[in-house]
Structures are given as C-alpha cells and as structure tokens.
Ligand binder design. Structure first.
Ligand code: HEM
Length: 500
C-alpha cells in the first residue's frame, strides 16, 4: 500500500515537472514555429557544426543572405542560442520609429554583453543625454585641449627627430585615444595617469572576453558555473580597481565647489542624485562605446594610407589650406571644411567597419512588416550594415576602394542632400553608426577626435610599410566583429619643417 502511494506520488511529481518544462518551453516553441515561416540565410552545406560554420563565414553569410533576400526579412542562424532576424534598408524606415517597448536597444545590448552575469549596466539614459546635450555642443571649446593631449601622448611614441621610427600602430593609437577621450571624460590630471589609460584600454577587452566565455557555456549551466569563470573574475577585479581609482575623484567633486569642464561633472550636474555606482557604471559604458571603436578607425586609416600613398598629398594640401584660413586652429568649423579627409574616413569605415551588423534591437512585442512578414517577440533584429555598404544599388563599383567617393558625391549632391555624404551621416542606406533615436550619440565627438589625430599624423609624418611589405595588413574577423591587427607595425618619419 505504502509502495503504491509512493509510486503515485513519484508519477505525479514527474508529470508536474514535465508540464512545467512544457509550459516553460512553449513560448520558445511558438517562436520557433513563427520564425520557421521566415526565409533563412541559407543552409550549412559543409556538414560542420553550425557554430563553427557561422564563425568561419560570418561576413559572407550576411552578404549572401542580403544579396538573395534583400527584399524580405530573413533568419540568421548564428553561433549562440539567440534567434536573429536580418532586416534590410527597405524596412528600416518603418522600424526606426517604433518605441522602445516594442524594439529595445538596451535588451539587445544586455544580451550582447551578458549583462546579467557581467553586471555591466546599460540602462543609463543620463549618459546618452549628456553626450547629446553637453558633449557635442562643447566641441568648440574642447578642441584646443584635445590637440594638447595628442601632442603629449604622441611624444611618447614618435620622436621629434627626423629618424624613422617603427611603431605598433594599434597600441599607439589606443593610448592616444584613451588619453584624449579621458581629457574630455575626466579632465587633464587623470587622463595622463598611466593607470587610467590602462583601465580605459583593457576594460572593453575584458568585458567582451567575459561575455564571450559566458556565451560559450550552456545556458543551463550559467546560473551555477558562470561566477567561477576566470574571465568574469578578471572583469570583477578590473571593475573594483576602476571604482577605487575613481572614488577619491568623485568624492572630491561631491565635496568641493569646483566644477571641471568634463563629462563626469556634466553627468553629476545633470543627475544630482546619481550614486557612486551609477557614475562608475556610466564611465565604464562610455569607455566601452568610445575607445576601441575610435582606435580601430584611426588604425584602419593609417594602415590604408601606408599603402595608398596617392591620398597623402591631397589630404596634406587640404589640411594645410584649412589651417591657413582658420588662424592655425582646428575648430569644429575648420574640421568641417576638411571634406576630403571626411570622405577618406568614411570610405575607410565602409571598407573596414568594426562590425557586420548594427541597429541591433530586441523585439519585445511582435511586429508585422509592411510586406506582411511577421517577426515574433523574443528575437533580435539586426541591419546588415556591412552588406549594405557593398550593395551595388547604393554604391557605384562598391568593391573598389575610393577615398574620394563621398567627396565627389557631396560635390555633386543637391544642397539639401550634401550631409548624406558626411562621415557622421545616418540614414536607411548608411547605418554604420546605427539609425534613429539610438544611433551613436558619440559620433560627432568621434569624428572630431579622429580628424584631429589624423590631421596631425598626416601633416607631420610620412608613413610606410616595413621593409619588404607592400600589401595592406588584413583585418581580423571573429564572429560579427572585424578589427585591425593590433600587432602590426608601420614606419613613421617626421616630415621636414612640418608642425601642426
Ligand atoms: C568611430 C567610432 C564609433 C563608432 C563606429 C560607433 C558606432 C556605434 C554604433 C554602431 C552604435 C549602435 C547604434 C544603433 O544601434 O542604432 C553606437 C551606439 C552608441 N555609441 Fe558609438 N561609435 C563610435 C564612437 C563613440 C563614442 C566616441 C562614444 C562616446 C562619446 C560613443 C557612445 C555610444 C553610445 C552611448 C551608444 C548607445 C546609444 C543608445 O543606446 O541610445 N560612441 N555606436
């Protein structure tokens, strides 16, 4: 009798567990059924496991899918457990205006960074507001400080003599960018501190290492094992050191009446109730968004200039003449007049973007596109920015590198459309900086900083490949990211008599 009731109890528990599992899986199953109705970017003909296949051919898979299916939304089976739906320019106009409770940028980034485990806070609207309303309008008065910081940091790498110097470009540029951005983020004393520069450069890498280590772990194991990952422990320790580094500065600013002219202070002024954790998290979010994106862009431009020397003379000429007509100062107006440099930067960014997708949004409520396709909640949509950049219907002869492409386009455009050819432009056919309300708010600062660094390097130095090398260094592709090789060197030689 006792055995019988034990058996019944066991069966009931097993059935209940089964039902709970079914109920929990139901939304996933429903989503899978709805998703199956969307076309797929293509099967995996190699027989390799899907993860390996995706990692090997990511860029190609997006380009092939876009070429075949650019008039519809399509599924992309990637290397993680997330369902992705790729949307082309045709749908971006209708999607970009949807509110955040339908398409969430934060949830998309939280998934990318595995915020639940890495503890990186994303939802910090004060940072975006401060970039837009304080940083961008302040560029005019910040540029002299930015130029000063570039001079100071360049001296560490490039001697003022006319000898040739071999430099690991990414390392040099990362230090310049960390210091220059730091000047604007936390002021001149801190930004020159080697510890600050080291945190700025390494935080992003450690955050991505931790997020990727978590993604490699089975979702079922994460709640139990993720905390023990060495990558996550390294990230925690980095965050603690950054907190301790920033603590006295934040305390001092809370107590003293002084008001430095920098991001940290603007954020504190804009949100007077912001606690210590918010300020540190905000600073780290800024570091994540700003340092390696800008560094990659400048490094890519230098790698290209070292082999495409025909651009050096016209760019130098433009920089010289703009300086001459602006009393030798790199004001935002002067930088805006550097249209050939702007075009060159935009073409470099088209060819060597840091990611193959932008406009990543988590779908919180289902959407029906104008062509009738249904996108269920729970997936991430992405714009295939790299594939769009090489679409022959958008760019003539897209596989030819033409540094003057956007200059020529700007010259021949109607006055109302000239801005579409600028480096900072965003529209449905140009999503390198994303699109809509959440398009990169830091792009005006980035363009400003990149132009000042490049103007300085182009005017003052001749740049060349090391002896025996003639080909541009290839970028390294991993998953959806593409980065310049951080180990590669170029030769810099001071141009006689030049000084910016
Ligand atoms: C060449 C350099 C840069 C590139 C290529 C770049 C690219 C991007 C892209 C593609 C997005 C996503 C936009 C979207 O999904 O619609 C983004 C967002 C963002 N970027 Fe940048 N970025 C750069 C520099 C910067 C800098 C210097 C800052 C800070 C001063 C910054 C701060 C941000 C922030 C805070 C967001 C999130 C915006 C939001 O969620 O509303 N970025 N960036």
């Amino acid at each position: 009798m006792e055995n019988q009731s034990y058996a019944v109890a066991t069966q009931t528990i097993a059935f209940a567990t089964f039902m709970v599992a079914i109920l929990r899986l139901l939304p996933t199953l429903q989503r899978a059924l709805k998703l199956a109705k969307l076309p797929s970017s293509g099967s995996n003909p190699s027989g390799e496991n899907q993860r390996a296949y995706f990692l090997k051919y990511t860029r190609k898979l997006y380009r092939d899918g876009y070429r075949k299916l650019k008039n519809s939304a399509f599924r992309m089976v990637a290397s993680d457990e997330i369902d992705y739906v790729v949307v082309s320019p045709r749908f971006l106009r209708e999607l970009k205006s949807l509110p955040d409770d339908v398409l969430s940028v934060n949830k998309g980034v939280e998934k990318l960074l595995e915020s639940h485990y890495t503890s990186q806070r994303i939802d910090l609207p004060v940072m975006i507001k401060t970039i837009k309303t304080d940083l961008t309008p302040a560029l005019g008065r910040l540029n002299d400080g930015i130029s000063e910081e570039i001079d100071i940091s360049l001296e560490r790498f490039l001697p003022s003599s006319e000898d040739c110097t071999s430099v690991v470009v990414y390392k040099m540029v990362a230090e310049i960018v960390a210091q220059v951005s730091g000047r604007v983020f936390v002021g001149p004393e801190l930004c020159r501190n080697p510890e600050y520069i080291e945190h700025s450069i390494n935080f992003t890498r450690e955050l991505m290492d931790a997020a990727n280590a978590i993604k490699r772990m089975s979702p079922w194991m994460r709640p139990f094992r993720a905390g023990r990952l060495p990558e996550l422990q390294r990230l925690r320790s980095r965050r603690e050191r950054v907190s301790e580094f920033l603590r006295p500065i934040i305390q001092e600013r809370n107590q003293a009446g002084s008001k430095p002219d920098d991001m940290m202070q603007w954020v504190m002024g804009r949100d007077t109730s912001a606690d210590f954790d918010t300020l540190v998290s905000g600073h780290l979010l800024l570091t994540f968004g700003a340092i390696h994106t800008t560094t990659a862009m400048v490094t890519n431009a230098m790698f290209t200039l070292a082999v495409a020397k025909e651009y050096i003379s016209p760019l130098r000429e433009e920089i010289r003449s703009v300086l001459a007509s602006n009393d030798g100062r790199l004001t935002p107006r002067a930088l805006q007049q550097m249209v050939k440099l702007d075009s060159f930067m935009k073409e470099v960014n088209r060819w060597y973007p840091h990611t193959v997708v932008t406009f990543r949004r988590y779908v919180q409520k289902p959407i029906t596109l104008s062509n009738g396709q249904y996108i269920p909640a729970g997936v991430i949509i992405e714009a295939p920015s790299d594939a769009i950049n090489f679409d022959p219907d958008i760019h003539t002869d897209p596989h030819t590198f033409d540094g003057s492409r956007f200059y020529k386009r700007g010259q021949s455009a109607d006055p109302g459309k000239i801005s579409r050819s600028q480096f900072v432009a965003t529209n449905e056919e140009d999503v390198s900086f994303g699109l809509g309300r959440h398009a990169c708010p830091g792009r005006f600062f980035a363009a400003n900083e990149i132009k000042i660094i490049l103007a300085r390097l182009i005017l003052d130095y001749d740049v060349a490949m090391p002896e025996g090398l003639t080909e541009r260094y290839s970028n390294i592709e991993f998953e959806k990211n593409m980065v310049p090789d951080a180990t590669k060197m170029l030769i810099f030689k001071r141009v006689q008599g030049e000084k910016l």
